[in-house]
Design a protein around this ligand. Structure first.
Ligand SMILES: Cc1ncc(COP(=O)(O)O)c(C=O)c1O
Length: 358
């Protein structure tokens, strides 16, 4: 039996979207492909209201961490990674493994990364990149990107790199207004299509930076990707065309609903989940005021058995997520991104109440 995905990715994909992948293929050097790929890029541009460069790569979002390490930090310069959970820590580890001299500024998990934390570090040292996770999926904590972007305006040599893997397309994120230089996401989260594509929105400043960075590789060469696009309006290597069919189709639906409306719908789901958790004696792991719009990390104050819950939920065709990594069992997570609705959420929470006898 299919279990309806209330996990923070991959998220539930509707049947009409899934079916798009069964369309007959064409070659990736054909005009048909150029039309498809550019339709995806143009719809993303409209959805995100951005003038920046956009690429869609056949990969999961983590590739952009390697791309950051391979393209945006000049020899002899440093990166700053702001860490408040597993995924922001992955960025730090990826940069280090790319040979980058990276500093880590870590706050307690569950707390938000704030403008003042970054300011404190920028006053002490110069950085080519500051990396922030807009939506820490392990803790359910979001960052106030606008205030961070405003701070970075005073540091023109420092690029703002943002992991928005689990929030772009759900939370309202406007790269131009927020002053980001690279913001990236995966399609299996808020875009509600299967895994396999990664979206990157890149400022001209970031693209210019790549010229001063050697050893960019091939698949990870941001300059190569955009040079190729400039020349042919296509991708340098063979993309997942089937997924691009689904993405193109899904973006049309998202534009019809509208970015603000999507964010409002998900905000309502987040608030409902939070109230439910508190009413039943659980806690919220996220610092107050920084709760994610797309994933709720609930503190398991009642010490309930999350694995047993998921087993019982599975029999009802539902699944939620346990806590991530070291937060397993101490927390559990409900992913409410993509096409989820309040009525669906109420059904899920009623099922949890019945199983746990709340
Ligand atoms: C915030 C965040 N960053 C990065 C990733 C890694 O994304 P992917 O698995 O698509 O590479 C995830 C996955 O859950 C995530 O939630």
């Amino acid at each position: 039996m299919h279990k309806k995905l209330w996990i923070p990715g991959p998220t539930e994909v509707k049947d009409d979207v899934l079916k798009q992948q069964a369309k007959g293929l064409f070659g990736h050097r054909s005009n048909d492909f150029t039309i498809l790929y550019n339709s995806v890029i143009n719809q993303l541009r409209e959805f995100l209201k951005t003038e920046q460069h956009i690429t869609v790569i056949t990969a999961s979002g983590s590739l952009f961490m390697d791309i950051t390490g391979r393209n945006l930090i000049r020899p002899g310069k440093k990166a700053l990674c702001m860490v408040n959970g597993s995924f922001s820590d992955r960025m730090y580890k990826t940069l280090v493994s790319c040979g980058i001299d990276a500093d880590k500024f870590e706050v307690e998990w569950g707390k938000a990364i704030k403008q003042e934390h970054i300011k404190e570090m920028l006053e002490k040292s110069e950085y080519d990149v500051v990396a922030v996770c807009q939506n820490e999926t392990s803790t359910g904590v979001k960052a106030d990107l606008k205030s961070i972007g405003d701070l970075l305006k005073n540091y023109p040599e420092t690029l703002l790199v943002v992991d928005a893997v689990s929030s772009l397309g759900g939370d309202l994120i406007l790269p131009d207004e927020m002053g980001t230089d690279l913001i990236f996401a995966s399609t299996q989260k808020c875009f509600a299509i299967p895994p396999g594509l990664a979206v990157g929105i890149v400022s001209q400043k970031a693209l210019d930076r790549t010229k001063d960075v050697p050893n960019r590789g091939f698949y990870t060469d941001l300059k190569g990707i955009f040079d190729y696009f400039e020349k042919s309006k296509q991708t340098p290597s063979t993309p997942n065309i089937s997924l691009l069919f689904a993405f193109d189709y899904k973006l049309k639906q998202m534009l019809e609903e509208g970015a603000e409306n999507i964010c409002n719908r998900l905000t309502e789901l987040a608030a409902y989940t939070h109230n439910w958790a508190l009413e039943h004696g659980f806690g919220l792991f996220a610092e107050e005021g920084y709760e994610s719009v797309t994933v709720s990390t609930i503190t398991n104050k009642l010490e309930k058995d999350v694995s047993a819950l998921n087993k019982a939920l599975g029999e009802k065709g539902l699944v939620i997520a346990n806590g991530y990594g070291k937060l397993k069992n101490q927390t559990f997570r409900i992913g409410h991104m993509g096409d989820h609705t309040l009525s669906g959420l109420k059904e899920l929470l009623a099922a949890i109440e019945e199983i746990w006898e709340l």
